[in-house]
Each structure stands twice: as structure tokens, then as C-alpha cells.
Design a protein around this ligand. Structure first.
Ligand SMILES: [Zn+2]
Length: 239
């Protein structure tokens, strides 16, 4: 199972990647926020090269947009792009289900059920960032049951893209991925009911898309350091 999100972890740019990705999931950084290399260099105390490495990886994962002569900003997916990603997810995730039904092991389904319990706990604790990440992880681990690395790659990329869209367009206090729908999917796979699993996935992704408020506009943060929680991180590291 590859790490989630999809890109390779562990470089010197990882703390910057994580801080920006988490701030987006936590709805602290709004789409369109400018990320200047100079400011990020100051905030993280690293070289421009490391900042650029983080920005390139974030752009690869569709979290950041790199525009020639303008620099980097948090990606601002339009309602049309959001609909296109969900349409592609329905195709790819439904297509992986016959192999998932044929190849899933009972132990893997137990792990998925445990993941859904964590999702539920994060949602009820108001931990939006963990909940969005866990709901994405559920979809990637479900696709992994098919044991087809190519389909898993596409699923992971599309799910990562839709995490940003969920953080952007999800009304506060709402949920897009309902945990009872996730449990019903696991039950259909456990029962080896391919038709039911496909129909549940189709309806689930339709519902996830329908629960997003595509006309929602988020306020921009006043201060990048505050949004990235950099001062607190550096102060904690110095203690
Ligand atoms: Zn879901």
C-alpha cells in the first residue's frame, strides 16, 4: 500500500508540504491565497530550493497552482472542475469494484471498518482535518482491495484532488462522506455482491458531490504565519 497522499514522503521539504496541506484541509488557508517563496523561506527558516521543492510537490498533487511570473497560490478549483473530478471518481472507483469484490480478504475489510470508526470519531470531535483525510484514505484503501496499482494510482490522485474541493466547498459542520454509506459499501463487498457495491458507490459519490455547496466563498486569512501555525511550531521546536 503506497503512502497517502500519493507522493513520496521524507524529503527536507516535507514539513512545508504538510503545513500547507493540513492548513488547506483544516480550512485555515483559502483557495487563491498567495504563497510567496520569500515569505515561506522566512517562516520555515529554509532555503528557496527547499521551498520550491515543496511547492512543486503540492502543485503535482493539485493543492497549489504555479503560474508563470505570478508564483504560487492555493489552487482554486472551479465548480466545473469539481464536477469533472467527481465524474471521473465515479468511473474509476466503480470500475475497481469487481476486482475488489473478488480479491478482498476478511482481514482487510476489518481494517476498513476500523478506519470508518476513526472517521466517525473525528467527525464527532469536530476534527475536520482528520475527518477529511480519513474519508479520503477510506476510498484509497477500498480501491487498493482490487490489487491493481494503475487503478489505485488514478484513484489516489483523484481523491487527493477532491480533498481540496471538499475543504473548499463543504458547508461548516456538515459531512460529505457519510460513514453509514462507507459501512454499507464494506458489507456489499463482504457479501461478494458486485452489483450492489457498484450501485452503492455510484449513489455515494453522487451524494458526496450533492452535499458540497459549490457557490460557497471562503474568507481569506489575514496572516500566512497564523494560517500555517508556523510561529507555534517553531516556538514548540525551540522549547
Ligand atoms: Zn466516501
Amino acid at each position: 500500500m503506497q503512502p497517502y497522499p500519493a507522493t513520496i514522503r521524507g524529503g527536507t521539504e516535507q514539513p512545508i508540504y504538510d503545513a500547507i496541506f493540513e492548513a488547506v484541509l483544516d480550512q485555515r488557508l483559502a483557495p487563491g491565497t498567495r504563497l510567496t517563496e520569500t515569505r515561506l523561506t522566512e517562516l520555515f527558516g529554509v532555503s528557496r530550493t527547499i521551498v520550491r521543492m515543496a511547492l512543486v510537490r503540492l502543485a503535482h498533487d493539485h493543492i497549489v497552482q504555479l503560474t508563470p511570473n505570478q508564483g504560487a497560490s492555493i489552487a482554486r478549483p472551479s465548480p466545473e472542475e469539481t464536477r469533472a473530478v467527481f465524474e471521473a471518481r465515479r468511473m474509476v472507483e466503480c470500475a475497481a469494484l469487481p476486482a475488489a469484490v473478488a480479491r478482498a480478504l476478511p482481514k482487510q475489510l476489518d481494517h476498513l471498518r476500523a478506519l470508518v470508526r476513526q472517521e466517525d470519531a473525528a467527525f464527532h470531535a469536530g476534527d475536520v482535518k482528520s475527518w477529511i483525510r480519513l474519508s479520503g484514505e477510506f476510498h484509497c484503501r477500498l480501491a487498493a482491495l482490487a490489487r491493481n496499482p494503475v487503478m489505485l494510482h488514478y484513484t489516489t490522485e483523484l481523491v487527493t484532488q477532491s480533498l481540496l474541493m471538499t475543504a473548499l466547498y463543504m458547508p461548516p459542520g456538515q459531512t460529505t462522506c457519510a460513514t453509514d454509506e462507507h459501512l454499507a459499501l464494506i458489507d456489499a463487498i463482504a457479501a461478494k455482491d458486485e452489483r450492489l457495491a457498484r450501485s452503492l458507490m455510484q449513489r455515494h459519490l453522487d451524494a458526496c458531490e450533492a452535499r458540497l455547496a459549490l457557490d460557497r466563498v471562503q474568507a481569506l486569512p489575514a496572516d500566512l504565519a497564523e494560517a500555517l501555525r508556523v510561529r507555534r511550531r517553531r516556538a514548540a521546536a525551540a522549547r
